[in-house]
Design a protein around this ligand. Sequence first.
Ligand SMILES: Cc1cc2nc3c(=O)[nH]c(=O)nc-3n(C[C@H](O)[C@H](O)[C@H](O)COP(=O)(O)O)c2cc1C
Ligand code: SF4
Length: 392
Amino acid sequence: MNSIPTYCAQIPEAGLRAALRQDRPEIIGKISASGLKGRGGAGFPTAVKWNFAAAAQAERKFIICNADEGEPGTFKDRVILMEHPDLVFEGMTIAGKAVGAREGILFLRGEYTYLRSALEETLAKRRRCNLLGKTILGSPLEFDIRIFIGAGAYICGEETALIECLEGFRGEPRNRPPFPVNTGYLGYPSVVNNVETLAWAACILANGPQWFKSVGTEKSTGRKIFSISGDCRRPGVYEFPLGITVAQLLQEVDGADARAVQIGGASGQCVPARDFARTIAFEDIPTGGSVIVFGPQRDMLDMLHNFLEFFTDESCGQCAPCRLGNAKLLEGVEMLQAGSCSMAYLKELCGLGETMQVASKCGLGQSSPSAFLSVVEHFREEIMGRTLNRRG
Ligand SMILES: Cc1cc2nc3c(=O)[nH]c(=O)nc-3n(C[C@H](O)[C@H](O)[C@H](O)COP(=O)(O)O)c2cc1C
Ligand code: SF4
């Protein structure tokens, strides 16, 4: 089966060995043919990102592995780093060869500091085995990796805020363009990829694009690792082909009585039971892997309150739509809970959410209203119920 554990049980470093026999366009061509899209959430084609960085002319380039994993409900990158650290470092080394970078940085979220010593040991072992350093496996390739520990801010998962943080500044998103592939860490071309994306890149180099894309959909090839939590009997980390329906996924985790599922974390969308035939894929419901199941007893307003408190705390405050908008939506949820939100004001709040989606500077403010908007769309009668009951 084309899964990460199966790959890891095969010949070690097969992906890196294959990459060493190929030139840069061939490696990027394999990733392109596989259709691999970023597993961090946005689904940007990995080969396109690598190609931009490969084309940039610079003395130094960087491969940055984004292990910030701050999205509520996401914990799959931690499991990949614990169970398959070599695979992630192998993927980073392959990316280094593909774009011409000699330096790699693993940006590890502060809460995962306890993983550091095991990861440092893996890096030391790789240096001893000539899988990092100069003349890797006897080839001209030079590449090494260091670990940087984040300071616990959700916004530092956003790639430009992550780079600011790496440079020692406050983690605040930059204006784009320029994009990190041209002007990234210290102003040099930098590829920022999710942990899982880099792991899959190594598997693809070893087994070929066809192996990867034999499952999934045309626009969302391959398998994906999911972090599944909430009201189901078998929560945990799963690997499923993209294109799986929400109903099939719930079947697998024994959560078939769910009333709704939050897909894509707090910044994702709330899918009601009547839409469980929809698919989890970039062209339908995209996700970085977080799936939170809501059972029959869950109060949707409690959930929204929790998410909006999170976004209000985590907004970096740089732009008004996000800084003020999240606080206003939170206030609106409290009014709904108290039964004091009129239909007209709810409409205004939805307009505010839509404005945030287009006017916020970065993905945090652009996506933080999604849960609010989808709950209003799918559970309007229920959330207005308290107001109507009070009037009745
Ligand atoms: C607020 C915010 C938080 C993010 N957090 C993460 C994260 O924890 N891990 C991650 O890989 N990408 C995160 N991203 C997406 C990154 O900016 C970037 O798109 C991603 O690391 C690119 O890797 P990929 O192409 O391999 O998916 C976040 C984006 C935003 C807007
Ligand atoms: S959208 Fe939010 S997190 Fe992003 S720059 Fe604006 S205030 Fe900061």
